[in-house]
Design a protein around this ligand. Structure first.
Ligand code: SAM
Length: 330
C-alpha cells in the first residue's frame, strides 16, 4: 500500500521532521525512507507543509507492546479483572490472578513473556504463608524459578518458591542504607536471602551487619549472596531471631521486616539496641487503625520508644497499608 509523504532535502531532514510534527501531521506508524538526496517523511494529511508531496511504499514502524493485556483476547468481564501489573524478579514474572482467571493462566503467562521477552518463567502467586513467609507459587510457563535479581548494584540469587523476596522493597532498602553511619553494628532479624544487609554493605560503611533467618533455604541463598557480592561485613546467622539476637553485640540499628508480627519481637529487639539507636519496623494494618497499632507496638517495649518517622510504603489492600516505622529510644 502506498502512503502520503513529504519530499524533503536530506540536509533539512531533522528540521522538517520537527516542523511536520509541530503541525500534528507526522505519520508515526511508518518509517522515514531515504531516496537519493531526499527523505520521504510520512504524513497524515496534505496540509500546508511547505514541501512537495508524493506517494510511496513505506515500511510500518514495529512498536513493542508494553501492556500484556493488549495481547490477550478474553471475555470482557475477564479482561476487566486482569491485573494491571506484575512483579519481575530477575527473569521470572510473578502475577496474582483472580480465581476466574486461573483457567487462562497459561495464556496470560505467554502474554507477559510477549511484552518482556527476557522472562524465562512465569508463576502465579497464591499468597505468602507460614512462619517462613514463603510464597505459594504455581509455575505456569518456563522451567524453574531460581534466578538472579539485581538492585542498586547488589546481585542476589533468589528462589521465590523456597525463600521470601520482594523486589518492591528496593527503595526502602536503599533508604535505610543511606541512614547507616560509618562503623555501625546493624542487626537484620528477618533477613531472608540478605537484600537489606547486602544493600547496607554496598552503599554504607558499617562494621558488622548480622543477618538472621530461620529458613535454611533463605540462609543457604544468603551465604551464596554474601560470597557473590564480596560482602565482608555481612554475617549470616541461621536460627530464631528471639534467641540468636541474645548472642550478638548491641546494635546501632535493628531491621524488623516481618510485617504481620514484628511487634511480637519488640521485647527481644529493644534490649539489644544501643542508646541513640534506631529500629526500622514494617507493619501491615488497616489505615484507620494505624495509630492504635503503633501504640500497641510502643506499649510492648521494655523501654520507652517514640516514632521518628512513619510512612505508608505500599498498599496491601484497598483499606490496608504496609507501613515503614522508624523508632528511637524516647
Ligand atoms: C517478610 S520476610 C523478609 C525477608 C527479607 N528481609 C526481605 O526483605 O526479602 C521475613 C523473613 O523472616 C524469617 N523469619 C520468620 N520468623 C523468624 C524468626 N523467628 N527468626 C528469624 N527469622 C524469621 C522468614 O523465614 C522470612 O525469610
Amino acid at each position: 500500500m502506498r502512503h502520503l509523504c513529504a519530499v524533503v532535502p536530506l540536509k533539512e531532514g531533522e528540521e522538517a521532521r520537527s516542523w511536520i510534527m509541530q503541525l500534528g501531521l507526522l505519520d508515526l506508524d511508518h518509517r522515514i525512507q531515504r531516496e537519493g538526496d531526499h527523505l520521504l517523511i510520512p504524513v497524515t494529511g496534505d496540509g500546508d507543509i511547505g514541501y512537495p508531496l508524493t506517494e510511496a511504499e513505506l515500511e510500518p514502524v514495529k512498536r513493542r507492546e508494553t501492556d500484556y493485556r493488549s495481547l490477550l483476547r478474553l471475555d470482557p468481564e475477564l479482561m476487566e479483572v486482569l491485573p494491571s501489573s506484575f512483579d519481575v524478579i530477575g527473569d521470572v514474572g510473578i502475577v496474582r490472578l483472580d480465581d476466574a482467571l486461573i483457567p487462562h493462566a497459561q495464556g496470560i503467562a505467554e502474554a507477559m513473556r510477549g511484552v518482556l521477552p527476557h522472562l524465562k518463567a512465569v508463576a502465579v502467586d497464591r499468597g505468602v504463608s507460614g512462619e517462613m513467609r514463603v510464597r505459594q507459587l504455581e509455575l505456569v510457563s518456563g522451567e524453574a524459578l531460581e534466578t538472579m535479581h539485581t538492585e542498586y548494584g547488589v546481585r542476589l540469587h533468589v528462589d521465590p518458591s523456597v525463600a521470601y523476596f520482594n523486589p518492591r522493597l528496593a527503595i526502602e532498602r536503599r533508604r535505610i542504607a543511606s541512614l547507616v553511619r560509618e562503623g555501625e553494628v546493624v542487626i537484620n532479624m528477618f533477613a531472608g536471602v540478605g537484600p537489606f544487609p547486602l544493600m547496607i554493605d554496598r552503599h554504607a560503611s558499617p562494621s558488622e551487619v548480622y543477618a538472621i533467618d530461620l529458613n535454611p533455604e533463605a540462609h543457604r541463598l544468603m551465604v551464596r549472596n554474601v560470597e557473590l557480592n564480596h560482602a565482608r561485613t555481612v554475617k549470616p546467622v541461621l536460627g530464631d531471631a528471639r534467641s540468636e539476637i541474645l548472642r550478638l553485640p548491641m546494635a546501632d540499628r535493628i531491621i524488623m521486616n516481618l510485617p504481620h508480627s514484628a511487634h511480637e519481637f519488640i521485647p527481644y529487639a529493644v534490649p539489644r539496641l544501643k542508646d541513640g539507636g534506631m529500629i526500622h519496623l514494617h507493619l501491615i494494618c488497616e489505615r484507620d487503625d494505624a495509630d492504635r497499632v503503633v501504640e500497641r507496638v510502643l506499649g510492648s517495649s521494655p523501654r520507652p520508644l517514640r516514632v521518628n518517622r512513619m510512612k505508608e510504603m505500599k498498599s496491601y489492600s484497598p483499606t490496608m497499608g504496609v507501613y515503614a516505622v522508624d523508632l528511637v529510644i524516647a
